[in-house]
Write a new protein. Structure first.
Lengths: 110, 120
């Protein structure tokens, strides 16, 4: 079983739609959680950290459910520029390195 | 502020040749990571350094791969000899975390643009 699992998609949604991605992680000792965004043929970039209480950044909302070991990302009012692959990332206690999911591809269509 | 710098951006080489990838982390960052990304396996951690010291190299595929960090501003990943299955995008990332300080902001890794390696 992979340490971080994501639905690869693609999610094809119209502009203005709301879309949600989920991610599950297997290591209960995971301590830090992130969503990264990767555009085609580019490097991953931090989208947002995920805090226990949930957090929002503009149109983006991230939630963490430690009991069920999953993380979610909600994108409201999708823009064409949101088209990218979204990577779920976790760091386990005692480990310095991050573990990346394989990503969920989003395609926002006009 | 300069981000993580990698060179070369593209490398095409023939099987058996030595390949050296270079990385300059963000100034002041004390952790450096080398990743490899392929369609089949996604983003995999190869090795990471903390304060120039290799901490975990369990992701290095085999003895053909080696990495060094001679100082805080430079790291290399070498493949010798290279094989076609090494073809991938190699990313370097750095992180500002200081020892003992744990927070999402200091856990964040900043990636370089990557080196796209093709081994023929």
């Amino acid at each position: 079983r992979k340490e971080v699992e994501q639905d690869p998609g693609p999610f094809n949604v119209p502009e203005g739609a709301t879309v949600a991605f989920n991610c599950t992680y297997s290591n209960s000792a995971s301590q830090s959680f992130f969503w990264y965004r990767q555009d085609c043929r580019k490097e991953p970039k931090l989208l947002m950290s995920v805090y226990s209480s949930g957090n929002e950044d503009g149109r983006f909302t991230a939630q963490l459910n430690r009991a069920s070991q999953y993380i979610s990302l909600l994108i409201r009012d999708s823009k064409l520029s949101d088209s990218a692959t979204y990577l779920c990332v976790v760091r386990a206690t005692g480990r310095r390195a991050l573990t990346f999911g394989s990503g969920t591809r989003l395609q926002v269509q006009p | 502020d300069a981000g993580v710098i990698q060179s070369p951006r593209h490398e095409v080489t023939e099987m058996g040749q030595e390949v050296t990838l270079r990385c300059k982390p963000i100034s002041g960052h004390n952790s450096l990571f080398w990743y490899r990304q392929t369609m089949m396996r996604g983003l995999e951690l190869l090795i990471y350094f903390n304060n120039n010291v290799p901490i975990d190299d369990s992701g290095m595929p085999e003895d053909r791969f080696s990495a060094k960090m001679p100082n805080a501003s430079f790291s290399t990943l070498k493949i010798q000899p290279s094989e076609p299955r090494d073809s991938a995008v190699y990313f370097c990332a750095s992180s500002p975390r200081r020892s003992g300080l744990i927070s999402p902001s200091t856990d964040t890794q900043y990636f370089g643009p990557g080196t796209r390696l093709t081994v023929l």
